[in-house]
Ligand binder design. Structure first.
Ligand code: DC
Length: 233
């Protein structure tokens, strides 16, 4: 496909909806930059935990988040199943940001306006480069409101919990399906009911339900949408 300069694609949706898998595959196909913004909130959470900062102390968490050096790299990857590498103050934390401790606290940290403002500022810098696929909860609504293509990817809570359970198994963590399902529902509630930038589809987003659908089929559908957008722009 011919690549036009400046196209940005915003993908939002709840935890484990398949948005990261879909976003990464699309980015590889189109040779676009891929940014999973959830990893930034996870890194800010890990940074607070590592520094013994109480995650309920909004000021301390926010001030600390502003100081962290965060680099997300998609090239020259270690072959251990990662989609990108996350460097927090120079340390590779790609897997450390996926632990149950971070899962349990990341929704709290991502509620804070100061933390969000800091992360959004960094995300928009990636967006300015164009040819980027950015994935998160508020990309179409807040981070890149002018993105020419906005997708909102969903799946049932049970299917999402099943996917997260499989990820955990692959990472060698003991996991109970029921606890993961509870956590998925708890995080959906926090993410969609929070005051700042709640999880919701942008008014002009196209909704895609990935329940029981193959990734390949979804990619095919989205590639058609991209082609149509590129013909218009
Ligand atoms: O996509 P994820 O599960 O890795 O996201 C981790 C958390 O970060 C999730 O609870 C919501 C939050 N998040 C957010 O508030 N805004 C984003 N753009 C991305 C993630």
């Amino acid at each position: 496909m011919t690549q036009k300069q400046g196209m940005t694609i915003a993908i939002d949706g709840p935890a484990a909806s398949g948005k990261t898998t879909v976003g990464k595959k699309l980015a590889d196909l189109l040779n676009y930059l891929f940014l999973d913004t959830g990893c930034m909130y996870r890194a800010a959470t890990l940074a607070a935990l590592k520094n013994d900062i109480d995650v309920h102390d909004e000021t301390a968490v926010t001030e600390h988040a502003k100081t962290i050096d965060l680099i997300i790299n998609s090239t020259d990857l270690v072959e251990d199943g990662r989609l990108y590498t996350v460097l927090l103050n120079g340390e590779d934390v790609t897997w450390d940001i996926r632990t149950p401790a971070v899962d349990a606290n990341v929704s709290q940290v991502s509620k804070y306006l100061g933390v969000r403002n800091e992360m959004v500022k960094r995300q928009r810098e990636y967006g300015r480069k164009g040819n980027v696929i950015m994935v998160g909860r508020d990309i179409g609504t807040i981070v890149l409101p002018d993105a020419p293509l906005k997708l909102y990817i969903t799946a049932t809570a049970e299917e999402r919990a099943q996917r997260r359970w499989q990820d955990r198994q692959m990472q060698g963590h003991e996991a109970s399906f029921d606890i993961i399902l509870e956590d998925v529902i708890r995080r959906d509630n926090i993410d969609s009911q929070r005051k700042h930038s709640p999880l919701k589809p942008a008014a002009d987003a196209i909704e895609i339900d990935t329940t029981q659908q193959s990734v390949d089929l979804i990619i095919k559908q989205i590639m058609t949408m991209i082609q149509e957008k590129q013909e218009v722009h």
